[in-house]
Design a protein around this ligand. Structure first.
Ligand SMILES: [Fe+2]
Ligand SMILES: [Fe+2]
Length: 217
């Protein structure tokens, strides 16, 4: 199967159109309240540290999938690309931290991701575990993409706004890739049905968030 990479060229004159398309594509039930950006702006150091570690965890997730599915050539190829991109994102965030004269803090806990872990099925075959892991990753990419959209549209710092806009496009591509692989490898699991369950669960927990200066907080 050929993975359709999400390769939108940003045209600034049409930026609203691009944004609306991304929102529609993600299929998330609840949007983040833009007032969350005010909380973020009150502590840029915290969001940057948390964000850097989000990128590291995304790279680690792609490596985890490689380690557990080494025989799947196409998957390993794409997960290698994603791991490299996520570490490139980590480097970009770290560069911003350095430019601002700040220091990368210690790794932060991600309560949102921990809530998603609780929902993930732990039984089933090795293949079932792969499909569930891919859906878990797609869910995190979808919400991260939405959070970057809200940041890009509301943050005052124009450089950070452009940075989050670029990341929004990249994470949307990862979301598409994870979901496409989940469908490609489905055997016992009906991915469309299971994905709807993930979306429902996420909509039930996301109301607890949007109150902290972290990417998913
Ligand atoms: Fe990323
Ligand atoms: Fe990503």
């Amino acid at each position: 199967m050929v993975i359709q990479s999400f390769n939108l060229k940003i045209e600034h004159k049409k930026s609203n159109f691009v944004t609306l398309n991304i929102q529609f594509m993600l299929g998330l039930k609840l949007a983040t309240d833009p007032r969350w950006v005010n909380i973020v702006e009150s502590n840029i150091e915290e969001i940057l540290t948390d964000h850097a570690w989000c990128e590291q965890k995304a790279a680690s997730n792609a490596i985890y999938i490689i380690v557990n599915n080494s025989e799947k050539e196409e998957l390993v190829t794409e997960m290698t690309r994603i791991a490299l991109e996520e570490m490139e994102h980590f480097q970009m965030v770290h560069n911003i931290i350095k430019e601002k004269g700040l220091v990368l803090g210690r790794e932060r806990k991600d309560n949102y991701v921990n809530d998603l872990v609780k929902f993930a099925k732990k039984d089933g075959s090795r293949n079932d575990a792969l499909v569930e892991r891919l859906l878990f990753a797609a869910m995190i990419e979808a919400r991260s993409c939405e959070r970057f959209k809200v940041l890009s549209e509301n943050i005052q710092d124009p450089k950070l706004a452009q940075f989050y806009r670029d990341l929004m496009i990249s994470e949307a591509g990862h979301y598409t890739t994870f979901l496409a692989f989940a469908k490609q490898y489905q055997e016992n699991i009906n991915v469309d049905k299971r994905w709807k369950e993930w979306i429902e669960y996420e909509s039930a927990i996301i109301g607890n968030y949007g109150k902290q200066e972290t990417v998913h907080g």
